[in-house]
Design a protein around this ligand. Structure first.
Ligand SMILES: *Cc1c(COP(=O)(O)O)cnc(C)c1O
Length: 372
């Protein structure tokens, strides 16, 4: 029997995630596995917490990676904060806001939504109006809508919530490590991310943080968290408590990988990392313009790390992407929902956001356009 792994080719990951992996992160994955209660491993856990606090711009003590992908982070935030019947407002302008609604609804929350056109940002004025009508226990929004490439006004929505009892829950899966995420300054109470977007690790971890207020809500629940695996009060005892009580076996080598990627980001400097994403984005957009390719999103709301382009006329969606993959070994993403067949999504996330990749994708797209 042949080993399928012998045939894996390296693909330049320029879609909506996973992104290209730092070489140092691959090295971290191959280091010797330690026990999950090994004293040296516990030092690494503490290191991860500190690095996450820097990257998330927070002083929250409960700042840890959840075992699972970004969606596990989403589930962890909602399942710990919601009790049956709680009023929750979800702001939706893409796939991931829609997923939040599904997750909150399954937990028996009383879910209200404000929905906006896909490709347009959340309208802060409308949120302000909505908040006048009713008290919400939680307001939830996606910072970087990966399905459309829109940056939502998370800081401005946070301003509306300051001084209110409402908890502010933010999806930073695609934003963290690509654009600024200022958890404390923006008044965010619960925030989750994912390892495989701008952190350039493999998928499998969801860094998350909870404010003291959120923690209080969790510790004073009337009912048990209805999901054993994601119960933060138990997980916190492993990550925070002096006794390091076993909950589930931590994914040791993935945690090395996360430590390494956060280390690299902090070493490069957050501002430098954001500037690199912005510069690569501008270079990409300039090249696309030369090819006559148009962007979906208006300039002020564009995410540097996720560029949604209108599929050039006369080009078949699936065929075009298959050709990029076969000939250039580049993966880009297709559109989802109402944007399926209309857009392609070019990711410049983390280690992917480098000049050689921008040049490569522009060259390949040039051929696609001229070939039709
Ligand atoms: C990718 C993504 C998720 C889901 O993460 P998974 O790792 O696929 O579970 C959630 N929200 C946003 C904004 C994302 O981009």
């Amino acid at each position: 029997m042949s080993n399928l792994l012998d045939e894996i080719e390296e693909i330049t990951l320029m879609g909506p995630g996973p992104s290209c992996i730092y070489p140092e992160v691959y090295r971290a994955l191959s280091l010797p596995t330690l026990g999950h209660l090994d004293p040296y491993f516990i030092q690494i856990m503490d290191g991860i917490k500190e690095l996450l606090q820097v990257v998330m711009k927070t002083k929250n003590r409960l700042t840890i990676p959840i075992s699972g992908t970004g969606s596990a982070g989403m589930e962890a935030c909602f399942v710990n904060l919601i009790e049956r019947g709680d009023p929750v407002l979800i702001l939706i302008n893409g796939v991931f806001g829609t997923r939040m609604k599904d997750v909150a609804g399954r937990l028996g929350a009383q879910v209200d939504t404000l929905e906006f056109e896909w490709g347009k940002p959340i309208d802060v004025e409308m949120v302000a109006q909505k908040l006048k009508d009713k008290f919400y226990k939680i307001v939830a929004v996606v910072h970087a809508e990966t399905s459309t490439g829109v940056r939502n006004p998370v800081a401005e929505i946070g301003e509306l919530l300051k001084g209110k009892e409402t908890l502010y829950l933010v999806d930073a899966v695609t934003s963290l490590g690509g654009i600024e995420v200022a958890t404390d300054d923006w008044g965010i109470d619960a925030l989750y991310s994912g390892s495989q977007k701008c952190l350039s690790c493999p998928p499998g971890l969801a860094p998350a943080t909870f404010s003291e207020r959120a923690l209080e809500v969790i510790l004073n629940r009337q009912t048990k968290v209805p999901n054993w695996y994601l119960d933060m009060s138990m997980i916190a005892q492993y990550w925070e408590g002096k006794k390091r009580v076993y909950h589930h076996t931590a994914p040791i080598n993935m945690l090395y990988a996360l430590y390494q990627s956060l280390y690299l980001i902090v070493e490069e400097g957050l501002e430098n990392v954001f500037r690199r994403h912005q510069e690569m984005h501008q270079k990409l957009v300039a090249g696309l313009e030369e090819l006559g390719i148009k962007m979906l999103v208006d300039p002020p709301y564009r995410l540097p790390q996720l560029n949604a382009i209108l599929i050039p006329e006369g080009i078949d969606d699936a065929q075009g992407r298959a050709w990029l993959l076969e000939k250039y070994k580049i993966e880009i993403g297709g559109g989802l929902g109402p944007l399926a067949g209309k857009i392609w999504r070019i990711g410049l996330m983390g280690y992917t956001a480098r000049e050689e990749n921008v040049n490569k994708v522009l060259e390949a797209l040039g051929e696609v356009v001229n070939q039709k």
